[in-house]
Design a protein around this ligand. Structure first.
Ligand SMILES: [Zn+2]
Length: 423
């Protein structure tokens, strides 16, 4: 495949991209076409590496309304609701819903997902279902699974044993939820035990950490400490960290360098954080999302996750990482040119670093995974939730969407409109 006349995220335009044996063989202007290669005209639109979601829950997705909806809209009612639903789940229903979401993801140019899977269930039904899904989607979607003890690895009887069984069966990453343990001390102990387990097994860690409006929820400090102590730098992620929104500024000024020093990645989940946090507030209501620009400025790698779609915690969502980027941009007020661009990176390159993906990018030698967006720049893609004209993985076309076109019928005006509204 030879893609002609693309614009790249770094601003280069009129660029061709040659794909050979599933890899990018050459990138540059006016490349010579090898015999028999199929040419694709990018029409000057933006060619980006694919979207990556660093935080999702495939076991719960598309279950909205089962068995009822979340009336209070809080995280805690969502967890209780999920507990009501668990005994009714079947492996087939879990597989069907997850596959349906993965179809949707691919259509949106989302080609790698890190999904948490609840291990607080003796049957490990969701684990087996998502392992089956992981195997089934492997030809077109990179899916990695986190062993997530939703009800607390210490608080829920048998959870540690179940978590280990899930890892034995092939789940990739060690999860946790320290702020949901019974006490702060138990939360800290869970972080220690889970990081040691990951170190023993050579696995990565990704914990739901401090998903709370409680400014004294400081498990991220413990997570950074054990990451460094066990030499896990670059392999550990703190997801959510919403308590940081409410923390004392002086304490945060001490904390950020510790997170950076430990090489702990951070995932904010803008759609869900703005929905679930601040629910106990009257007015003013806190936004609850972690301190994204401050973390980035401190040198911490920050990605954005989608977290939920049509499940006990969130009644919307469409596997659209541009929607996630747009929400993050607004909630964090990242409206500078640099800030907007960082929000695009947070759903592409930053998330690729969190997952530790090999060969991600548009340089020669990288995997030929990319998405053609009907936009000219990354910021325009975020602003327009740009259509995904073409989605390619390993040089194979997986999905195509027609370009957006509008026919106008207005007196005294042109018949078509440039929907990109360029200035
Ligand atoms: Zn989550």
């Amino acid at each position: 495949m030879l893609v002609r006349n693309a614009t790249l995220p770094d601003g280069r335009s009129g660029i061709d991209l040659l794909v050979q044996q599933g890899r990018i063989a050459a990138v540059g202007p006016a490349l010579a076409a090898p015999v028999g290669v199929s040419e694709v005209d990018a029409g000057g639109w933006l060619l980006s590496p694919p979207f990556i979601d660093s935080h999702f829950h495939l076991d719960a997705t598309l279950s909205y309304g089962l068995p009822r909806v979340n009336a209070s809209g809080t995280l805690l009612e969502g967890i209780a609701l999920w507990g009501e639903l668990k005994p009714q789940l079947t492996q087939q229903a879990l597989v069907d819903r997850a596959l349906q979401y993965c179809d949707w993801a691919v259509a949106q140019g989302l080609l790698a997902i890190r999904s948490h899977v609840d291990v607080c269930d003796e049957r490990l039904l969701a684990v087996d279902a998502l392992l089956q899904v992981k195997h089934q989607v492997a030809p077109y979607l990179h899916l990695e699974l986190v062993a997530f003890p939703q009800d607390g690895v210490l608080r829920s009887p048998g959870a540690m044993a179940n978590l280990k069984r899930a890892l034995d069966r092939g789940v990739d990453v060690v999860g946790g939820i320290p702020h949901f343990e019974r006490t702060m001390a138990d939360g800290a102990e869970s972080v220690r035990l889970l990081c040691e387990l990951a170190a023993e097994r050579g696995l990565r860690v990704d914990m739901h950490c401090d998903e709370s409006d409680d400014p004294l929820s400081r498990h991220i400090e413990t997570l950074a400490f054990h990451t460094r102590r066990l030499g896990l730098q670059g392999r550990v992620t703190g997801s959510h960290l919403t308590s940081m929104h409410s923390m004392d500024n002086y304490y945060v000024s001490k904390l950020l360098p510790l997170v950076c020093e430990a090489g702990v990645h951070v995932v904010a989940n803008p759609l869900i954080n703005i929905t679930l946090q601040g629910r106990h507030d009257s007015y003013p209501k806190r936004r609850g999302m972690t301190r994204v620009p401050e973390l980035l400025a401190a040198g911490v790698n920050v990605g954005f996750g989608h977290d939920c779609a049509l499940d006990p915690w969130y009644s919307l969502g469409s596997a659209d990482m541009l929607e996630v980027a747009a929400m993050g941009l607004h909630v964090a007020q990242m409206t500078s040119q640099q800030g907007m661009r960082q929000c695009f990176d947070a759903v592409t390159t930053n998330n690729a670093r969190i997952l530790g993906l090999d060969g991600y990018g548009l340089e020669p030698g990288c995997r030929a995974d990319f998405v053609l967006l009907q936009a000219r720049t990354p910021v325009e893609a975020v602003r327009l939730r740009a259509p995904r004209l073409l989605v390619v993985r390993g040089g194979q076309v997986l999905a195509q969407t027609p370009a957006r076109q509008v026919q106008l019928q207005l007196p005294g005006r042109p018949q078509s409109v440039d929907f990109t509204l360029q200035t």
